[in-house]
Every structure is written in C-alpha cells, then in structure tokens.
Design a protein around this ligand. Structure first.
Ligand code: A2R
Length: 310
C-alpha cells in the first residue's frame, strides 16, 4: 500500500477506488506520517498549503479535483519534481451551461418572476417586462477550453462574440488586445480565465465603467479576477448595470452589500456542480493517481509540470 494525503472531501466512489491501493490519511485529522506520503488528493479551493507541501519529503504527485489550480504553488512543485494534475475538459459543458443560466437570469428577470408567481402576487397584477437575452454582444475574457464551450452555447442565442486573451486565436470571433476596449464594445462581459497573479483584479473600475450602466458582468472563473469592492461601488452607483456571480474573493463569504441588491444574481460556486460532471472530475482525479502509481506518468498534468511527465 502507498500513502495518500487527502485534503478536503472526496466522494464515496473515489474513496472506494483509492482504498484498493492507498492508505488514506486526512489532513484535517492532523496526524499523518509525513515522511511516507507520496501522493496528495486535493481540490481547486483548498489546494495544498505551502508548509504542508514543504513537510512532505517524499511527495511525488498532487492530483487536483477541478480545472483551476491557483491554490497550488506549481512552481515550487516543479522545482521538487512533483507532478501536479487537474481535471480539464470534463467540466467544459457544465460550466458553460451555468454561464448561460446566469446570463438568462440577468436579462429575463427569471428569479423575480418566479418569486412573483410563487407568492400569488400575479393575481394582483402582471409581472414587469424583462430584457431579451438574444442578439447580445458578448465579450469573453479567456477563450480557452471553457470559454470556447461558452461561445458555442451562445450561438443558440445569436450572440455576437468578442474575446480578450493575451494571445490572439484562430477563431471566427472579434479579438480585442485591450480588455477595456472589449468591455466598451460589448453588453455582457464573461470572465473565464484562470485565477492567480496574472489575472488578479484585471476586471477593475476602468473595465466596469467601460461595460457601463446597461452592462452585465458574469464571473464563473475566480473571485480574484474581479475587484470586488470596486464592483460593489459600480453597482451601487449605477455605473455597472448587473452582476451575475458564481465566484467571490473570500468564498464562501459574499459581501453583504451584494445580498440585498436587485441587480445581482448570486450562486455558491456551482459552475461544475452536477452529479454527472462531479463524477467525471472525481474519476479523472483517481485515474491520474492510479496511472502515476502504475506507469509513473499521468493523464492530465498542469502545463507547469508537464515536462516532468516523461
Ligand atoms: O492569455 P492566453 O492566450 O494564454 O489565453 C488564456 C486566458 N488567459 C488570460 N487572458 C487574459 N489575461 C490573462 N492574464 C490570461 N491568463 C490566461 O484564459 C486562455 O484563453 C484562458 C484559459 O483557458 P484554459 O487554460 O483552457 O482554461 P479552462 O479549462 O478554460 O479553465 C479556465 C478557468 C480555470 O482556471 C478555473 O479558474 C475556472 O476556469 O473554472
């Protein structure tokens, strides 16, 4: 048996497969044989604390449940020859569906209308008109695996797609080298970049002011991508029209000011949270660990450690 450190939760299906080859130790139990741990199973939210990684001298691999891995110091891992894996692709369609859900909720006043019907208020008067979600100009910040899945689903709504990334791609969408210029040109801004230092607060006051009083900001990436206090001010001042958010800077804490605003939709980071997609993600976390045990290689390394996967 090998020794695995579990950080955060795992599903029963994952546990069953892992227990066949690993003795599982939980970080939350506090008591684990640090020098015997060769593998870590964690998730994108918890990552691995720097002091924990430093205290595992024989660590060979970290398998992360989630596509975002900004809570793992991959540079430190690479320097020590530790492979890090994540779960790309298997959640593209789900996160894209969540994004569409947020966009529809923001334009079609879905939540208020549903509450109106449920409360019986309809009997005393009709519901106010909402705004159409069709034929919108949509800017996607980060046109990677998930961003492209979002663009595909938006075709059903006849959206005009714009995008901003650091590198222009060979796609039939309008590229903007400047995020502010894109925000100026569109009605909806969808954030779907990785988190981490390179995207920290790139959606700032200037970008939100460019999006404007009718603009919709949708964040399904990481809370850190948007300057949250600046967003709250922009919404309060009417400089930004609407925010539809699945992620927040200090999850699971949501700023109180947002909770009482009518021009906001809030979700508890459920972009990929369906039974089907979470099962696929959990399966890939375990597949990577077993592949590493069996062959010394992994299926889906993060780019920063891909060179170790030889
Ligand atoms: O910039 P590029 O050409 O490397 O394009 C990537 C873009 N991106 C950025 N765009 C603007 N400014 C940046 N500083 C920046 N950093 C990265 O984000 C690429 O188009 C996109 C990331 O795509 P993928 O690596 O394929 O990630 P995926 O699977 O779409 O997931 C995105 C994120 C995850 O990292 C989680 O945080 C979240 O979605 O669930």
């Amino acid at each position: 048996m090998h020794d695995l450190l579990q950080i955060g939760g795992i599903t029963d299906a994952m546990r069953e497969r892992l227990e066949a080859v690993f003795t599982i130790h939980r970080l939350s139990d506090g008591d684990y044989p640090a020098d015997k741990i060769t593998h870590v199973a964690t998730n994108g939210h918890d990552g691995i604390p720097a002091d924990v990684m430093a205290a595992l001298p024989n660590l060979k691999m970290i398998s992360c449940y989630g596509v975002g891995y900004d809570a793992i110091d991959t540079k430190a891992a690479a320097e020590r020859g530790i492979l890090v894996t994540h779960t790309p692709d298997v959640l593209n369609a789900e996160v894209a569906s969540t994004t569409i859900l947020l966009m529809l909720a923001s334009y079609r006043n879905f939540l208020a209308d549903e509450a109106h019907a449920r409360s019986g208020a309809w009997e005393n008067g009709g519901a106010p008109l909402s705004r159409s979600a069709d034929n919108r100009k949509v800017g996607i910040l980060g046109l990677g695996r998930i961003g492209q899945a979002i663009a595909s689903k938006l075709k059903a709504f006849d959206a005009e797609i714009h995008y901003h990334t650091r590198n222009k791609r060979d796609v039939p969408y309008t590229y903007h080298a400047s995020l502010t210029d894109m925000a100026q040109a569109v009605e909806v801004l969808i954030c779907i970049t990785p988190g981490g230092p390179s995207t920290h607060h790139i959606v700032n006051t200037e970008v939100m002011d460019a999006l404007g009083p009718e603009g919709r900001l949708i964040n399904v990436s990481r809370g850190s991508v948007v300057d949250e206090p600046a967003m709250v001010s922009a919404l309060q001042d009417g400089r930004l029209g609407y925010a539809a958010l699945d992620v927040f800077e200090a999850e699971p804490k949501i700023p109180d000011a947002l909770k009482t605003m009518p021009n906001v939709v809030l979700l508890p980071h459920v972009g990929s949270a369906t039974h089907e997609t979470r099962a696929a993600m959990g399966g890939l976390v375990v597949d990577n660990l077993l592949e590493h045990l069996g062959k010394g290689k992994v299926l889906t390394p993060v780019p920063e450690t891909a060179h170790l996967n030889a």
